[in-house]
Design a protein around this ligand. Structure first.
Ligand code: SF4
Length: 372
């Protein structure tokens, strides 16, 4: 049984009517899984393939979240790995399920994907194949081929699929046309989960330490018309909040209009970490209208020398100016992300970061500094 009663968006199908039974695995708990766009995309895109039934498996529910497939019924597992720590979680899940981690000792094939596997070689003894890049266009082709009985060699020849020994794999960049026909709506004691709205994918900023800034470059924006339709669907489905998803949200040329549209539909929104140098008056005004109280920015460092090295050169005085603008727009809390341990970083650089965090806290906002 799911941990909570899902109110909508899930499939309710009879497995006996399908030829290929797929487990879509999220390496983490149920609550995290319904806030994972990648996991939901693979769930929906798989279920839309003719002859395929796909059900969700997570780390804290002992069987399928959707309730009808058992592990022993599965023909195939698909797993999305978003960061390296999820590899360990997934290996623990396999251990709990009594399934060997080594692909050579296992009967069920497991195909993985996700940003943490952009270099698939280290996991090539665990996974039978890895989708390199975006999955929503490759996965349907893959599932159709498997359903039709394709050989391992035929699957390995598919564009975007890595198997051990394959030398050239083209990184997949989806067109952004695909949108799932629904989204999972669940009700927790504290309220409903948010509607996940991917505004853009990738980033053109080119920060040197950032994987996405290199693998998903340039940024691709979803058209405003499509985003507006999604916001209307979110309201119709009964969602109350929209979570705006993008690596560089404020670069979308119509972001202020998107936020206003959400408010017009009677919904609220939350944002990921924002580029401080892109916060303009229009966005500040709509944040004020929305009653947003917390904003997250990522200065990364207070050292000008390191800022230049990582290609994120925003002067500390400008970051402090942005904090003052946020305070004047009604923001009460500023979350900040810093990184320690850049190559060639010196103690003086670290002190500059500490000084910047201190100066931000003097602006009159509650400041939370996270260090990674
Ligand atoms: S702005 Fe953010 S997402 Fe873009 S390259 Fe820099 S760190 Fe990465």
């Amino acid at each position: 049984m799911p941990l909570v009663k899902e109110e909508g968006g899930f499939y309710d199908r009879d497995p006996r009517e399908y030829e290929l039974r797929v487990g879509v695995v999220f390496p983490g708990p149920y609550r995290a899984s319904i806030n994972s766009l990648g996991h939901q995309l693979i769930y929906y895109v798989s279920n839309e393939v003719e002859g395929v039934i796909a059900e969700r498996f997570v780390s804290d529910v002992p069987k399928s979240v959707d309730g009808s497939l058992r592990l022993k019924d599965l023909d195939l597992m698909l797993v999305s790995i978003h960061y390296e720590g999820q590899i360990h979680t997934f290996l623990r899940m396999l251990q709990d399920w009594g399934i060997p981690a080594s692909r050579r000792r296992r009967e069920i094939p497991i195909i993985a994907g996700g940003p943490a596997l952009n270099n698939p070689l280290p996991v090539s003894e665990v996974f039978d194949a890895v989708v390199v890049g975006d999955g929503e266009e490759v996965v349907p082709k893959l599932l159709s081929m498997i359903r039709e009985g394709a050989s391992k060699e035929e699957i390995a020849s598919l564009d975007g699929i890595y198997v051990r020994g394959k030398r050239n794999v083209r990184f997949q960049r989806a067109s952004m046309e695909y949108l799932p026909e629904s989204q999972i709506l669940a009700h927790f004691p504290e309220g409903k989960n948010p509607f996940l709205l991917e505004v853009s994918r990738g980033c053109s900023q080119g920060c040197r330490f950032c994987l996405l800034g290199w693998t998903q470059r340039p940024r691709r924006d979803r058209p405003l018309r499509q985003i507006e339709e999604q916001i209307e669907i979110a309201a119709e489905l009964g969602f109350e909040k929209v979570y705006l998803i993008a690596s560089d949200l404020l670069s979308h040329p119509r972001i202020a209009d998107i936020m206003k549209k959400i408010l017009d539909e009677g919904l609220t929104f939350s944002t990921p970490s924002l580029r401080a140098d892109e916060l303009d008056d229009d966005v500040l005004e709509v944040l004020r209208m929305a009653g947003v109280r917390t904003v997250t920015i990522a200065p990364e460092t207070g050292s000008w020398r390191v800022k230049l090295a990582i290609n994120k050169p925003m002067e500390n005085r400008d970051i402090i100016g942005v904090a003052e603008d946020l305070r004047d727009s009604g923001i009460r809390k500023l979350k900040t992300y810093f990184v320690l341990g850049f190559p060639f970083e010196r103690l003086d650089d670290v002190k500059e970061s500490a000084r910047l965090a201190y100066e931000l806290s003097s602006v009159g906002l509650e400041v939370e500094a996270s260090v990674s």
